[in-house]
Design a protein around this ligand. Structure first.
Ligand code: PMP
Length: 464
């Protein structure tokens, strides 16, 4: 084992020295793809122009916006989406991972329809909401849970729970980590390099609209830097919030023993460990990332994959901390918490997200990663492959990315070209140039072949 080898439950492969690609040629190809974009996505452009009248950026979450304009969708089924230009696209974004079981999964739609015979919102307890809590506690190995409607709420309340339990307000987060859009966690999500100090001791970057409070920022995969922060500020820090595997800057996997050391440090300094599993969750495996990686947090945040496309999230963990909700130290509120469609989704997802089905998806994901890796090697591209569970990504750097600073050194021009190419060639990947693909229950051999063949065509284009 070398100091930088990745956790054995994660996938990362590099392919030796690459041949450089001329910057001018990439710029020329981006211009070419933008020209094509105008043609094949013209109606989406008109849609966006019209939407701009009533909706800022023409979208209801700024994540959905990208240049030159986002693709406007009309329907989705299985692993495919149809857009207003009449094109059918292979969906590799799958609702940023929320559509793990596929669009309009028949089991999910049947369960939701049945539930609509019973009600939509009771704002009262119900056997249905109790059952859903039991299901998730069992799966994720936690004592108690509370439902919310978005990942943002889940992380916000988990942090408040930590504050209530410890009597401290400060938090530590990982540089480049995204945990939703509440004040504290907006610090250093994608900070500008010229304002964040040295890589080993980052300076927190507070966006102008965030009311952040006391927030410290540590580099991922660097337990020494984390320990320095703990040593200096443990008396005011309530928790460390982190994704066990970072999934908002491509996929960045933990070094071997890193998470174990983080757990030790949190215990040593009396700081709660919160795992944000909004993105990992069931996409990491049948019991989530924590259990798969063998490091158990104090509190956990869940969303996306547990809800089958219905707005649903949760926070939970050890009862010694969740009692702060029961005894009123932390009040957790929300009209829609525990709404019936979400509860029904938990039930059906639990039934269909079997270890066997998830293993099958993971096998397809590994196949995609390996075949794409072979193409990277064959064309000597400056890229490597990373994966975890049913997610994978191509990262445009020859060497492994272990933290935010490494990620910032990857080739964003090729990433942009790859993104435009995919859309123009009927593949939808998440916007942002750095996110990952998801192999859902609805992706099979034809979809993997389509994805891999498209990558081969892109590799040829890059070398042309
Ligand atoms: N945490 C992580 C790791 C996320 O990726 C996201 C959203 N992508 C959130 C929290 C926030 O979730 P939501 O968008 O449901 O508020």
């Amino acid at each position: 084992m070398t100091a930088n080898s990745n956790h054995k439950q994660t996938f990362r492969a590099t392919y030796g020295p690459s041949k450089s690609i001329d910057k001018e040629s990439i710029k020329k190809k981006i211009a070419e793809q933008l020209e094509l974009y105008d043609k094949v996505n013209a109606k989406s452009g008109i849609e966006n122009k019209n939407a701009l009248q009533t909706i800022p950026l023409g979208v209801h979450s700024s994540f959905q916006s990208f240049d030159p304009w986002p693709i406007s969708m009309t329907s989705a089924k299985g692993a495919w989406v149809t857009n207003v230009d009449g094109r059918k696209m292979l969906d590799l974004s799958m609702g940023f991972g929320a559509m793990l079981v596929g669009h309009l999964n028949p089991d999910v739609t049947a369960e939701l329809k049945d539930t609509l015979e019973v009600g939509t919102l009771f704002t009262s307890p119900s056997p249905i909401s109790k059952d859903a809590a039991e299901i998730l506690c069992k799966r994720f190995g936690i004592d108690q849970i509370r439902f919310t409607n978005s990942g943002t709420e889940a992380t916000l309340y988990a942090i408040r729970t930590a504050a209530a339990c410890t009597g401290k307000d400060g938090i530590v987060k990982i540089e480049g980590g995204y945990h939703g859009s509440s004040g504290q966690v907006m610090v250093s999500t994608k900070p500008p390099l010229d304002q964040i100090g040295p890589a080993d001791d980052p300076i927190p970057y507070v966006p102008s609209t965030a009311i952040a409070g006391e927030v410290y920022v540590a580099p991922y995969n660097n337990a020494e830097s984390l320990e320095r922060i703990f040593k200096k500020h443990a008396t005011t820090i309530s928790c460390l919030i982190m994704e066990p595997v970072m999934e908002n800057i491509g996929i960045v996997v933990p070094d071997e023993n890193y998470l174990e050391r983080v757990r030790q440090l949190c215990d040593e300094y009396g700081i709660l460990l919160i795992f944000d599993e909004v993105k990992t969750g069931l996409t990491a495996g049948p019991q989530g990332a924590a259990q798969r990686l063998g490091v158990i947090p104090d509190l956990i945040c869940l969303a996306k994959s547990i809800g089958g496309g219905v707005p649903l999230a949760a926070f939970g963990g050890k009862s010694e901390y969740m009692t702060s909700v029961s005894d009123g130290r932390m009040s957790h509120l929300g009209t829609f918490n525990g709404h019936l469609l979400g509860m029904a989704a938990v039930k059906v997802i639990d039934r269909i997200a079997t270890p066997e089905k998830l293993a099958e998806c993971e096998e397809f994901n590994l196949q995609a990663l390996k075949r794409i890796g072979e193409i990277i090697g064959e064309f000597e591209l400056p890229a490597h492959s990373v994966g975890f569970g049913v997610k994978g990504c191509t990262t445009w750097s020859e060497t492994p990315v272990r933290n935010y600073r490494d990620y910032k050194a990857t080739d964003f021009d090729i990433a942009e070209l790859s993104f435009l190419w995919s859309i123009n060639h009927d593949i939808m990947t998440p916007p942002g140039l750095d996110e990952q693909w998801l192999i859902s229950f609805a992706h099979g051999q034809p979809e993997i072949d389509y994805q891999v063949e498209d990558f081969r065509n892109f590799a040829r284009y890059l070398r042309s």
